[in-house]
Design a protein around this ligand. Structure first.
Ligand SMILES: *Cc1c(COP(=O)(O)O)cnc(C)c1O
Length: 377
């Protein structure tokens, strides 16, 4: 007699779809028989500069301790972060990427009887972790591609335990200013936790944007999550952190795995915080690349959502899936976002100037292959 083992999975898990990551360069190279060096990947919001030399050196030095367990409390990294953010080390929780924290937070504060509020077109992990624990996800329709904060505050009920806000949001790149975020926080009841996901905050320039950490003293129900994967250029190492009240951090630290961030990651993340120059260059390359992509899209007559992140969602028409495939064939990997309810868009991560140009050069034929097909058969 055969057993349907999938049917044994808990209900919330049975309905899950795996997270769709950007296609790895080596995978496309294998599939198309291409030289990996000729492939351009603009699909995972990675830092195109490559890692900081300081981070690399610290990672190499840490290799000599591979036989030891990491410091499960991440003392050095927390101390360095605490210093930088003007908070206490006890307010920081480290995660295996900030993804890990999003899951830890959800598992710590919500269960099958809970509702979790997030926006349409928001980062996919919020819905994924909510469903995985069997809680009810309440997806609030977006406004102009961004979070409708008024509607999100209004969606809070007696059952709501968590609200996720991505600022800026991925994949739309939309961002709310300080005033809008503060007004929103003032409307959310104190017993409902608000997770402010600031994965891209390092790219924001100017005073118009909120610094979640500064809001903590006024809104103790706030949890800020940040990452070393994007502007800090350490995506492979998986390091993120949250900043919250010490009481909330204490709960999160009970739930996380004891050694959720490894020694190499701890060493590299601690070291990169001393490389302010790297961060400045990351910002410069990003704003130049965003301008280059925007101008290129304008020239091609394509509309796009103005972005505050290191990526931009461009409207390539109804055949976005086919455009994505044709770009792959041309050796350019971008990200389809149909799974985010954006079937006309592709998300393009900002690369180096030559990489952005490769995409812009490949786009016309990928969008309009008809001419070629008529001419060549
Ligand atoms: C990339 C991203 C993260 C998580 O990245 P990690 O690599 O797990 O730190 C979290 N939130 C948003 C909105 C992101 O785009």
């Amino acid at each position: 007699m055969s057993v349907d083992y999938q049917a044994l999975a808990v209900e919330g898990v049975q309905g899950l779809m795996p997270y769709q990551a950007g296609k790895p360069i080596d995978e496309l190279a294998r599939e198309l028989g291409l030289d990996p060096d000729t492939i351009v990947k603009l699909a995972s919001n990675e830092n195109p500069l490559g890692p900081s030399p300081r981070a690399l050196e610290a990672a190499r030095d840490a290799l000599s301790t591979l036989c030891r367990y990491p410091d499960g409390n991440g003392f050095n990294l927390k101390a360095r972060l605490a210093d930088r953010l003007h908070v206490g080390p006890a307010q920081i929780t480290l995660g295996n990427g900030s993804n890990d924290l999003l899951e830890i937070i959800t598992r710590s504060f919500a269960d099958r009887d809970s509702e979790v509020v997030y926006s349409q077109h928001a980062f996919a992990i919020y819905a994924l972790v909510t469903r995985a624990i069997g809680a009810r996800g309440v997806e609030v329709p977006a406004r102009d591609w961004g979070h409708d904060l008024d509607a999100m505050a209004a969606a809070v009920t007696d059952r709501t335990r968590l609200v996720f806000v991505a600022n800026p949001n991925n994949p739309t790149g939309t961002v709310h200013g300080a005033e809008a975020i503060e007004q929103f926080l003032a409307r959310v009841p104190a017993h409902v936790l608000v997770v402010l996901d600031e994965a891209y905050c390092e790219y924001l320039e100017g005073d118009a944007y909120p610094d979640g950490v500064e809001l903590l003293s006024r809104f103790p129900n706030l949890i800020i999550t940040r990452t070393f994967s994007k502007a800090w250029g350490l995506a492979a190492l998986r390091v993120g952190y949250s900043v919250s009240s010490a009481a909330i951090a204490d709960i999160l630290n009970r739930v996380r795995q004891p050694f959720n961030v490894d020694s190499i990651a701890l060493a590299a993340a601690t070291a990169v915080l001393d490389d302010e120059e790297y961060l400045i260059r990351s910002r410069e390359v990003n704003s130049a690349g965003l301008a280059q992509l925007s101008q290129g899209f304008d020239a091609l007559g394509l509309s796009y959502i103005p972005s505050a992140g290191n990526f931009v969602a461009v409207d390539v028409g109804e055949e976005a899936g086919a455009v994505f495939q044709r770009l792959l064939a041309a050796g350019v990997i971008v990200r389809p976002v149909a799974g985010y309810g954006m079937p006309r868009h592709l998300r393009v991560s900002v690369g180096l100037s030559a990489e952005n140009q490769r995409l812009l050069d490949a786009l016309p034929d990928a969008i309009n292959p008809v001419v070629d097909e008529v001419l060549h058969g």
